[in-house]
Design a protein around this ligand. Structure first.
Ligand SMILES: Nc1ncnc2c1ncn2[C@@H]1O[C@H](COP(=O)(O)OP(=O)(O)OP(=O)(O)O)[C@@H](O)[C@H]1O
Length: 260
């Protein structure tokens, strides 16, 4: 099943067509990569899917077993309710809060109580809070961060902060996670660990991963399928092998800073 389908998306900035009639599909349960040279339109696609931008044309269909939702009919804050969660290129944590409390912020969208229960901290709320804490500790354990639960987020090294951001996303029980350059700023061994972890997350949490990434090693290692774009248009969608063998994709990278 195609969990996510981008249909004829166009996004313009004034006279510049950043995304140009772009279509591609993401298979449920896959790790899917969006690649392209600098300025190809990757971030714009990402921001359009997650509704930070308003594309002028097209559809973004999120499919569940029994429903099809066009995300373009909703605002960015509503998207998480449909099971789509994202991370940002720069780590966005609450530095002065503990690692655990940062995780609990991620749970907020999933704690559904009424204002009486929440406002007066009645038992229903405490139960939900305890459940959320337990879940947070489980995820921290999965990420190897349990021991750091009570430490300040800001005193953690960059690699740990990136993992914590992933953990916070998992708290929302997403169907699909969109990762904006998850390996940015990581060294080779951190990137290798991240590759393994992303595959483990996909399997353990039974979700789909959509990533934009400059690190071709990571993309080629872990993606089941990739769409390569340039000038906002699709060059091709295929397996890592097909993408690497494509003269059109190689041509797009020639002369750029990025290497395929
Ligand atoms: N907010 C904006 N206003 C005007 N032009 C923009 C804006 N955001 C992006 N662009 C332009 O749209 C095009 C696509 O940019 P985008 O950032 O999506 O590319 P990218 O593939 O993510 O690039 P990079 O790999 O360098 O991050 C570029 O020409 C860029 O200058």
């Amino acid at each position: 099943m195609k969990i996510l389908e981008i249909k004829n998306m166009t996004k313009r900035f004034g006279g510049l067509v950043a995304v140009d009639d772009l279509s591609f599909q993401v298979e449920k349960g896959s790790i899917f990569g969006l690649i392209g040279p600098n300025g190809a339109g990757k971030t714009t696609v990402f921001n359009s899917i997650t509704r930070f931008y308003d594309p002028e044309e097209g559809e973004v269909i999120l499919r569940t077993q029994d429903d099809e939702i066009n995300l373009l009919n909703y605002k960015s804050h509503q998207i998480a309710n449909f099971g789509l969660a994202r991370t940002f290129q720069n780590v966005e944590l609450f530095g002065n809060m503990s690692v655990l409390d940062n995780m609990l912020v991620g749970a907020h969208t999933n704690i559904k109580t009424n204002f009486l229960i929440e406002g007066f901290r009645l038992p229903g709320f405490r139960n939900k809070e305890n459940e959320a804490k337990e879940k947070a500790m489980d995820i921290l354990g999965f990420l190897g961060l349990k021991k750091l639960a009570n430490q300040f987020a800001k005193s953690q090294p960059y690699g740990v902060q990136k993992l914590l951001e992933l953990g916070r996303v998992l708290m929302t029980e997403p169907r699909i996670i969109l990762l904006d350059e998850p390996a940015a700023g990581m060294n080779d061994s951190e990137t290798d660990k991240l590759s393994e972890l992303l595959m483990k997350i996909r399997d353990e949490y039974n979700l789909t991963i959509f990533l934009v990434e400059h690190d071709m090693g990571l993309v080629m290692d872990i993606c089941d399928e990739i769409v390569a774009i340039n000038f906002g248009k699709s060059i091709m969608q295929g397996t890592p092998q097909e993408i690497q063998a494509s003269p059109e994709v190689q041509e797009a990278y020639l002369g750029g800073d990025d290497e395929l």
